[in-house]
Design a protein around this ligand. Structure first.
Ligand SMILES: [Zn+2]
Ligand SMILES: [Zn+2]
Length: 246
């Protein structure tokens, strides 16, 4: 073990002691002792995303690609998410975006195994930006906190690559091409040179339509990134999956 990694390990230990992640279950507030974010009872209730599209990571019912990816492949290499955006996960995300920034640490802890398994070759992490005004209003950018917590836990550095120049109207009622047009010129790459030939893992709280992640992946590839991955806390199930077809 090098002196540097020795010191890093011990500093992390001290940090964890000074800022413990939690001592209570995120769901029911029961006491937990093993550093997990859910007690064993709640773990069964939380919608972990266990069978997912190999490309976009959304929940599906059969191994392979979802209908949406079979129709049009997203630009990013692959995406994964910790939870399916339903049931308890909806409440977690809502809390995370509305005054409970500490959720970032718990989510990162839970999603660390995904990073180690699927994104181990990432050179650095980055996150979906907010406009300055939106961040001032909320007091934090939840995607940034998720990325920074993940960086601490995984040891992969985090870079603030993007700037968001203006807010966009709601995306969900627009068609695919309207959504892409809606995002034209909204994001700006601040540090192009550090993306060159790098594998980038982009983090966000929720994969909804996928338009934002797609746009940011395009910009990263435009800055010569080698590969772009996406990790979100939760992903929305699209309507036209095989499960909903007659
Ligand atoms: Zn519980
Ligand atoms: Zn898919």
């Amino acid at each position: 073990m090098s002196l540097f990694s020795f010191l890093q390990k011990h500093l992390q230990k001290l940090h964890r002691r000074a800022y413990p992640v939690n001592y209570t279950c995120y769901n029911c507030q029961a006491e937990v002792f093993n550093g997990q974010i859910f007690c064993s009872d709640c773990k069964d209730l939380v919608p972990y995303n266990t069978l997912y599209c190999l490309k976009c990571g959304r929940k599906i019912l059969q191994y392979g690609y979802c209908m949406d990816c079979r129709h049009t492949l997203p630009v990013f290499e692959k995406a994964r998410s910790l939870f399916v955006y339903e049931g308890q996960a909806v409440q977690f995300i809502h809390a995370f975006k509305n005054g409970n920034p500490h959720f970032a640490q718990g989510f990162a802890k839970e999603a660390l195994s995904i990073v180690r398994r699927e994104f181990f070759d990432a050179d650095f992490l980055t996150f979906v930006p907010m406009t300055k005004q939106a961040k001032d209003n909320r007091g934090y950018n939840q995607s940034e906190l998720f990325a920074r917590s993940m960086s601490e836990m995984s040891g992969i550095s985090v870079e603030e690559i993007f700037e968001k120049k203006r807010d966009t109207p709601e995306q969900k009622n627009l068609t695919r091409s309207e959504r892409q047009n809606n995002l034209k010129g909204v994001f700006h790459v601040k540090h192009r040179s550090i993306c060159k030939d790098k594998t980038v893992l982009l983090l966000d709280d929720t994969l909804t339509t996928g338009a934002t992640a797609n746009e940011l992946a395009k910009l990263l590839y435009g800055a010569k990134a080698k590969k772009v991955y996406l990790l979100t806390v939760a992903s929305v199930v699209l309507q036209k999956t095989p499960s909903t077809l007659p």
